[in-house]
Design a protein around this ligand. Structure first.
Ligand SMILES: C[S@@+](CC[C@H](N)C(=O)[O-])C[C@H]1O[C@@H](n2cnc3c(N)ncnc32)[C@H](O)[C@@H]1O
Length: 206
């Protein structure tokens, strides 16, 4: 297993990517073709920036990849990849809207600081996924997509059901580049059903 990780680590170094997690997004893109030229994408958990590097090349100069992370990213990735240093639980919708009225999709690789307690880590991960889903209801256009990373656990199926309520198609993907023993897995919702919902979105879900 370590060898596989070393392979992706070395590959990322060689290809000048900020992290080996880029290969997870790349595998999802190769299978599902979610990213396209000209799209405006919101990326949650965008530090150190390998997903931004990869996605900004695909969307090109007419597109945008707005990255957000708790950790500050000082390095400029590309002209079309602005970055906001902040907590998704605190940033206002207006901030996102100042970059785009609606986004084609949201990609989230957000992960909590792991505690070692699988149940706690799982619940925190679900909290991050729910936040990404709430944001997508207001920010992603009809027909758009949401990709989230989640640590599997007891609430997993419940969250998948919630995704199904708002996305026409929901796929669960475990990329080969993700460690087999890791609880992480990706959920991709495509064909978003509603154009956008009111500010009461969150209450509607709860
Ligand atoms: C696995 S890393 C993302 C790596 C990134 N996809 C890349 O390729 O460079 C997960 C990130 O989620 C961020 N994160 C966790 N909770 C967050 C929150 N509440 N708001 C914003 N970012 C958060 C962490 O700071 C961390 O940088």
């Amino acid at each position: 297993m370590r060898e596989i990780q070393d392979h992706y680590f070395r590959q990322a170094k060689k290809e000048n990517y900020a992290a080996r997690s880029v290969y997870k997004l790349k595998e999802i893109q190769d299978k599902k073709h979610i990213l396209n030229s000209g799209q405006k994408i919101l990326e949650l958990g965008a530090y150190p920036g390998s997903w931004s590097q990869y996605a900004s090349k695909i969307v090109g100069p007419k597109g945008l990849v707005l990255g957000v992370d708790l950790q500050n990213r000082v390095e400029i990735i590309a002209d079309n990849a602005p970055f906001v240093h902040g907590d998704v639980f605190e940033l206002e919708l207006e901030l996102y809207h100042s970059y785009a009225k609606y986004f084609s999709g949201i990609i989230s690789d957000m992960a909590p600081n792991t505690t070692g307690d699988k149940s706690t880590d799982h619940l925190q991960s679900v909290g991050l996924c729910e936040k990404a889903l709430y944001l997508s209801l207001d920010l992603v256009k009809k027909g758009g997509f949401l990709l989230v990373k989640i640590f599997q656990g007891g609430e997993f199926q419940q969250f998948v059901l919630l995704m199904r309520k708002y996305y026409g198609k929901v796929d669960i993907i475990k990329p080969d580049s993700s460690r087999k023993e890791s609880k992480e897995i990706f959920i991709l919702g495509t064909n978003k059903k509603e154009p956008n919902l009111s500010e009461n979105t969150q209450e509607e879900i709860e």
